[in-house]
Design a protein around this ligand. Structure first.
Ligand SMILES: *Cc1c(COP(=O)(O)O)cnc(C)c1O
Length: 499
């Protein structure tokens, strides 16, 4: 199988899937990519009637080179068919007016991160067996809200793995904080950091580079790993639902097998949309990938003229999971546009590091794949209007992230007149961002309603249900109470591991 997984920057190759999942990121700072992906293809006709889990198997089998079929099946069943998701299948598809919503938020934490983070712990424990690692793993995660809870929920009570989640004490919503503080599992620790998200993320990066600490951990039998979206173990599970939603349209006779569709993806770190592009390489017929951003619209500019420039104001928006100026997974697309020229990618990433900007070389911009992407953005007002109008006209609730995508699709339609059937990836439950959703539809929140009461009010006024994982959250007891300064973050890990 050629060189298996390789670093986008050329510093590592011949990495097995298990090694890639455990390492997370390559030593040279690059991301692992499957060097063999263009040799792969999936036969649409034989996949079209499959259940979600069978489809997941067909995809994983192509990528998890050192996993046995039994191991892959066990991971899929444990994640998607053990009662963690609401329905019989982990995702749902709703047709609303002229568009289809692929709802990826029916999992344990009500955001699309669950699609990957319910299965990553199983992939990781299997990988530990496959490469016979004798240390226990300590996952460190900095979160601005959604990833932390999804990772905690995924890794809670998993043998031989512990997880420490750091969040900016005053930088997450009431609901997000409560979701994390009520997390069960002896192997979990949630820590509020007195600082903003950047301080928190830098703190984690420092710990991961602290060689003294790494040695101490090693002596005590532990090794660090990460669960963030650059891990290939998070990317692969996301490829599956692109196929699944496509086949759902075929089954409903909305399209014929082989017809192209568009996907609109509310984008932050570029992980979700990149998985769609991988599905396309495997043979999924796609006309356009529409990359939707909020006011932090770096990617809109990049897809317009090939100039990536993070030197701009950072906006705190009502779609916080997309408040990002460095979209890490874009590096994997660049690698593909460059036909695997790692030196070129290393150069672009060095520019990004030193100047905060780079320009796509002409050879890459000429790659047909670049044309597959269209970038658009929606500001706060446009997002709120989209939520309001969708509810009033169709009685359908969108969360703030999904609303950005839906609005960008409106603009795309008006601009291009492209009538290709279109699937919008719906990334969070409207109740996860209930405060903003309520305001968008009904105006100011009545006085005296706290963030929990708003969910009940939203439910009553819209005749929809609060999802189970968010119900009665305020009645649950907090199980974590550790707080620290950014300087004390490493000490907190040691205290947790008792070393
Ligand atoms: C993480 C997240 C996104 C962005 O996904 P990326 O893979 O980072 O592009 C969008 N919406 C929600 C609700 C999220 O949690």
């Amino acid at each position: 199988m050629k060189e298996k997984y390789v670093s986008t920057r050329g510093g590592e190759k011949n990495i097995s899937a298990s090694q890639g999942i455990i390492k997370g990121i390559a030593k040279d700072g690059g991301l692992f990519v499957p060097s063999f992906i263009h040799d792969l293809s999936l036969d649409l006709a034989s996949l079209k009637d499959m259940r979600y889990g069978e489809l997941a198997f067909a995809v994983f089998e192509k990528f998890l080179d050192d996993f046995s079929p039994e191991q892959i099946k066990a991971c899929i069943d444990a994640a998607y068919y053990s009662g963690k998701f609401e329905g019989e299948e982990p995702v749902a598809i709703s047709k609303v007016a002229d568009r289809y919503f692929l709802e990826l938020y029916h999992g344990p934490t009500c955001a699309f991160k669950d699609m990957a983070l319910t299965i990553l712990p199983h992939l990781m424990t299997t990988a530990m067996k496959n490469i016979d690692i004798d240390k226990d793993i300590v996952i460190l995660t900095a979160t601005s809200g959604d990833t932390g809870k999804a990772a905690l929920e995924g890794f809670a009570k998993v043998p031989r793995i512990s997880i420490v989640v750091y969040y900016p004490k005053d930088g997450v919503s009431t609901i997000q904080e409560k979701q994390m503080l009520t997390q069960e599992g002896e192997n979990t620790r949630v820590i509020g950091v007195a600082g903003n998200f950047d301080d928190t993320q830098n703190g984690v990066k420092q710990i991961l580079n602290d060689h003294g600490l790494i040695e101490e951990l090693d002596a005590a039998g532990y090794v660090f790993s990460s669960a963030n979206s650059i891990n290939i173990g998070r990317l692969l599970p996301q490829v599956v639902y692109y196929f699944y939603s496509y086949f759902a349209l075929v089954k409903n006779q909305e399209i014929n097998l082989g017809d192209p569709v568009n996907f609109v993806v509310p984008t932050g770190n570029f992980g979700n949309i990149l998985a769609g592009y991988y599905a396309h390489i495997l043979g999924l017929p796609v006309n356009r990938f529409i990359c939707a951003s909020n006011s932090n619209n770096v990617l809109t500019d990049f897809f317009a003229d090939g100039a990536y420039n993070k030197n701009r104001d950072f906006h705190k928006t009502i779609s916080p999971s997309m408040d990002i100026l460095i979209s890490s997974n874009l590096e994997r697309l660049l690698y593909d546009l460059a036909d695997g020229n790692a030196a070129c990618i290393a150069g672009l990433m060095a520019d990004l590091n030193t100047k905060g900007a780079y320009t796509l070389p002409e050879a890459l911009a000429k790659n047909k794949a670049y044309e597959k992407f269209y970038g658009g953005c929606a500001d706060e007002m446009a997002t709120q209007v989209a939520i309001h109008d969708m509810f009033v006209e169709n009685h359908y609730l969108m969360d703030t992230h999904t609303a950005v995508a839906s609005r960008v699709y409106d603009d795309y339609l008006a601009k291009t007149g492209d009538t290709t059937p279109t699937i919008i990836l719906s990334t969070a439950s409207p109740y996860k961002f209930g405060h903003s959703v309520y305001q968008s539809i009904f105006g100011e929140i009545p006085e005296g309603l706290d963030d929990y009461a708003v969910l009940t009010a939203l439910s009553e006024k819209t005749g929809t249900e609060v999802p189970k994982p968010l119900r009665d959250l305020d009645k649950k007891a907090n199980l974590h109470d550790v707080q620290c300064s950014p300087q004390e973050m490493a000490d907190c890990v040691k205290a947790f591991l008792k070393i």
